[in-house]
Design a protein around this ligand. Sequence first.
Ligand code: PA5
Length: 451
Amino acid sequence: MNKELQLSTDKAYTFVAESAIETYKNRAEAANQALHDGKGKGNDFLGWLRLPGEISEAHLADIETTAALLRRECEVVVVIGIGGSYLGAKAVIDALSNTFDWLQTKRTTPAIVYAGQNISEDYLFELQELLKTKRFGIISISKSGTTTEPAIAFRLLSKQLEEQQGTDAARRLIVAITDKARGALHTLTKLRGYKSYVIEDNIGGRFSVFSPVGLLPIAVAGHDIKALVQGAVRMQTRCEPAVPYGQNPACQYAVARNILYNAGKKIEILVNFHPKLHCLAEWWKQLYGESEGKEHKGIFPAAVDFTTDLHSMGQWIQQGERTIFETMISVAQPNYEKRIPFDADNLDGLNFIAQRRVDEVNKMAELGTMLAHLDGEVPCLKITLPQLNAGYIGELLYFFEKACGISGYLLDVNPFDQPGVEAYKKNMFALLDKPGFEEASKAIKAQLSEV
Ligand code: PA5
């Protein structure tokens, strides 16, 4: 068994000219170098680039201490945040946790639930009802400290925590992760004396999973953050500019994506065969969507869970418009063993796979799907993880981050800003008559009366 993440691009390149790879290869190496030299677009947001290798034992120990306190004192920990402020943590926690953990009555770690990632009144009502009978804590994450969705959730839930468990408990069981000097969450933290961690200025939300934004919730959920970071460090080393293209998976993935995009493949579908990876795809969608979708350019990142979605989206992928390519995440070894039992009656006709492992069937579904999709002219990239554990997830996350930076430079956009995200906020504030938005309010109301 291979002991590290593997990327295979050969099944994608049957659809493109060899010469395109040569050209892009040199450009990718230059883009990787530009990231490291801080000479590309958005170079004030490169704090993530060397982050895994810079994390100290003392920092990890401090996060572990805070996590241990929350684990000891809470039945439920609510992680409040939106976008990059919660997706990385949820991606890792879901990938590494027992799928049915939330149903366990005897838990060894608090249940992790999320808030501030939507503005649904019913969601918040139901969450608060659940928490009425629980001893809970809060990790509130917002880099700007002013994002509306998490601010609403924090106002509701911090009040509930104080009322239910008292102000001393609230001070102990609320942890804030925010800017070092600015924003409402920073102000509240200072005034109320919460334990806090800083999100550095040069780390954008979607690149923050190896900062306390990701590490604290992951540690509270009981996962090995040291192994996660070590995995990321291994990948950091494998993707350095000094590593030639042939051995550099981040450069190879960035090149494949851009070649396929230029060949008319405008949609990339990230495919998994394990439901635990569903949220990892949500994190990946944000990473690539927010980094590349600008200046009227960029691959649209989509995701499916197989074999589940083979029974829904499978038809479109096989025979719909040929503007897609796939990136499959394959896990070489399952963590547990389960064989299909023999049945003397064989009424279900399954004895042809009796005594074989469920994973063998899953793997044949994976191979069968790839071959079918290649026949259907869908280029396929494949990422193989040896196993689902913290180290390999760390490798995968850093691999995607590094490739995203390189890929954004190949597309000639700034992969580290997100100006488009502001448009809906401006309209929402204008519609809600937020102070400071008076002119926008008048304009939007005039616009509405014309409709
Ligand atoms: O990647 C990003 O920068 C965004 O998704 C942000 O993380 C998200 O908008 C939340 O912002 P904040 O952390 O400032 O509340």
